[in-house]
Design a protein around this ligand. Structure first.
Ligand code: C5P
Length: 208
């Protein structure tokens, strides 16, 4: 079973995705982390094509570059911003897509990102697209990050990234034609996890 969850920054793809992946025993892949790893590698002069994903821990697989384990260093705003700029480059997208496609070839996976349902795992059995207003996403980010930055500043940053993701030439952010769109603005995390779980269960029953 392959599941994709796409959507804009701060919509909850990671926390929801990880919980759903755990429920259904799927390998959880955050494609944004792969873009972030490449951004980190570019800044620090590492060998970008040495990037690999080690699927040991299903809900939190490791990323390695030049033999170095990457994790906390990827979560900064600076890396996020650099990743979003790098994500316009064709070779970068190809590197990421190849890792995802190879990893998913013989595994049950849940992959979250921006273009997974539209451009990477186009045959996935379940495709979800999460949305929420920029204002609500900024509110969630602020709570999560425990930052001094104002809500307005965070919202402006989110809108800038949305625009870059939606208007880029290669694999822009948009719902796949065969995706289920869920507006999470007024839903709790638990409710989103339950909705997606119902969709997966229904699909699994149909397959039997
Ligand atoms: O999801 P996250 O914020 O970690 O992603 C970092 C950046 O990588 C995003 O802002 C986006 O521009 C890019 N990205 C992408 N395609 C994906 C996942 C992330 O272009 N499938």
């Amino acid at each position: 079973m392959k599941v994709t969850i796409d959507g804009p920054a701060g919509v909850g793809k990671t926390s929801v995705g990880r919980q759903v992946a755990r429920r259904f025993s799927l390998l959880f892949i955050q494609s944004g982390q792969l873009y972030r790893a490449l951004a980190y590698g570019r800044i620090n002069g590492l060998q970008l094509d040495s990037l690999s994903l080690e699927p040991g821990d299903k809900t939190d697989p490791e990323l390695l570059m030049d033999g170095e384990k990457l994790k906390e260093e990827l979560t900064t705003e600076e890396i996020g911003e650099k990743a979003s700029k790098l994500a316009k480059e064709e070779e970068i997208r190809e590197l990421v897509n190849e890792i995802i496609i190879d990893t998913a070839a013989d595994r049950d996976v849940l992959v979250e990102g921006r273009d997974i349902g539209t451009a990477v795992l186009t045959n996935a059995e379940v495709k979800i697209y999460l949305t929420a207003s920029a204002e609500e996403r900024a509110r969630r980010r602020k709570k999560q990050m425990n930052t001094d930055r104002s809500l307005g500043e965070i919202e402006a940053g989110i809108k800038k990234r949305d625009k870059r993701d939606q208007t880029r030439e290669l694999a822009p952010l948009k719902p796949a034609d065969d995706s289920v769109i869920i507006d999470t603005s007024s839903l709790s995390e638990r409710e989103v996890v339950d909705r997606i779980s119902k969709i997966i269960t229904k699909r699994k029953t149909r397959e039997k």
